[in-house]
Each structure stands twice: as C-alpha cells, then as structure tokens.
Design a protein around this ligand. Structure first.
Ligand SMILES: [Fe+2]
Ligand SMILES: [Fe+2]
Length: 264
C-alpha cells in the first residue's frame, strides 16, 4: 500500500470518486439472476445485504470522525469519503431494485455482523462525539479506536474480503458483469479510505504508544471472529466457492492492516 498525504487523496477523490451508480447498466444483470437456483440467490443476496447495511452504517457514522480530527486536510478528504460511502449504499440499493427484487436487508444481520457493522460502530461514534463535546475522556484514544474499527476492520478486512468473494464468484461463473463493474469502482474508492485510515492510525500510535495495547486488542478480538463470519456467508456454499482460500485471504488482509498500523 503506497502512502499518500490526505491532500493528495482528496485531490484524487475529486475525480476518481465522482462515478455515478445510476450510470451503470445494472439491469443487464437481471437475466443472470433469473437462472440462479434458490440457494444461489440466497447467498448472493446475503452478501449484497451485508454490504448494503455496512455501507449505510459507515456513511451514518463517519461524520463523528470527520468532526473530531484536528487536521483540515483530513477533514477535506473525509468529506469525499462520506459522499462515496453514500454512493456505495446507493449502488446496492439499485442492484436490489433492478436485479434481485425487494430484499429485507436487516434479515441478514446475524449477531456476528450486526455488532461490528452497526451497533459497536455507532457506539464508537457516540463515544467519540462525547469525548469531543465534553472535553472529558481521551479523545485521541477514541479517534485511534474508531480508525482501527472502521478503516482497519470494516473496510480493511471485511469489505476487502467481500470483494474477494465477488471476484471469485464472477470469475468462476462469468456472470454478473455489472455487479463486478460496481464492485470495482467501490473497491477503488475503498483503497483511498484504507490508505488514509491506516496512515492516520500508524501516526497516532507513533505519537501515543500507550494506545497500541487497546488497538491491538481490538484487532485480535476481530481476527478471532473471522471463521464464524465466514460460516455465515458459506452456509450454504451454493456457488461452490473456495471457502478456505477466501478465509485465508481474510486473515492475510488482517495481518496486512496490523502491519500498516505498525502493530505487527
Ligand atoms: Fe464504502
Ligand atoms: Fe469506505
């Protein structure tokens, strides 16, 4: 992962992050959807629903972080990130509308996903907001934990693991070209988010070595949940994907994020 300043990432985002989900010809995937069996539909919907719920949650929560970081360049970059997260959610919303039909995405929030993606992230945002507005508590620590949770785990392990799932699925079946098109745009945006977040986290840990232990604990407790999360996605494994390989890749992403944060 190459390091770029927040200002450089902001400049990139102004052009690269300006793609429009509505301009992708999503409805062209519909015939592919129609030939899937019920178990395959269920598995595809499950992963798309988790993505949708995750993208909505991160869009709703990132404003806390943007308000609390002291550097103006980072706030500029983070404003592009909020906009991009909103568009990522929009892409999945359009995919349901044009391809899968009406989906109750909340039905796919199993406890091992709902906690990390929604409830615990919201809690971190609120903790950050309280530390910022009350002047009490350790704002720096809350910022570091938020970055580890949001950019390290959700974006840097779970989302990239989801892209691996889609790449494998689409590679193997040769289906859903428009889904792949959207995923590749989202993945490119997320690359900037993760670069920024991990650089930020590493700098915070260099300045505050006392934050390393709580941040490391967060990373390790999330690593322990990788197998149960993968169970949820691969029960049933209706597309016969290589679950072991995908799970190994998730652990590798996790290791890489810890290295980038200076923790491994
Ligand atoms: Fe996103
Ligand atoms: Fe993101």
């Amino acid at each position: 992962m190459s390091t770029k300043s927040p200002r450089e990432l902001y400049t990139m985002a102004k052009t690269l992050g300006a793609w429009d989900p509505e301009k992708i010809a999503i409805a062209e995937d519909k015939p592919h959807w129609e030939v899937l069996n019920p178990d395959q539909r269920e598995q595809l919907i499950k992963v798309c629903a988790l993505f949708y719920e995750g993208e909505v949650s991160v869009s709703d929560t990132l404003a806390w972080f943007m308000l609390a970081v002291p550097e103006a360049d980072r706030r500029m970059f983070l404003s592009t990130q909020i906009y991009e997260e909103v568009k990522h959610a929009e892409f999945f919303e359009l995919y349901f509308t044009h391809v899968c039909g009406k989906v109750d995405t909340t039905a796919y929030l199993s406890p091992e996903y709902k906690g990390v993606l929604l409830d615990e992230l919201k809690q971190r945002g609120e903790d950050l907001g309280r530390a910022m507005t009350s002047g009490q508590g350790d704002l720096g620590l809350q910022l570091a934990l938020f970055a580890a949770h949001y950019m390290g785990i959700i974006e840097g392990v779970m989302a990239v693991g989801g892209y691996d799932f889609f790449e494998e699925l689409l590679d193997k079946t040769g289906m859903f070209p428009r889904l792949l098109e959207g995923i590749r745009m989202i993945r490119a945006d997320e690359g900037r988010h993760v670069v920024h977040g991990m650089d930020y986290l590493r700098e915070m840990l260099e300045k505050h070595p006392e934050y390393a232990a709580p941040v490391r604990n967060l990373f390790l407790s999330e690593a322990a949940k990788i197998p149960v999360r993968s169970d949820f996605v691969f029960t049933k494994n209706a597309f016969n994907l290589d679950r072991d390989r995908l799970q190994t890749m998730a652990f590798e992403h996790h290791q890489q994020r810890m290295r980038e944060a200076g923790l491994a």
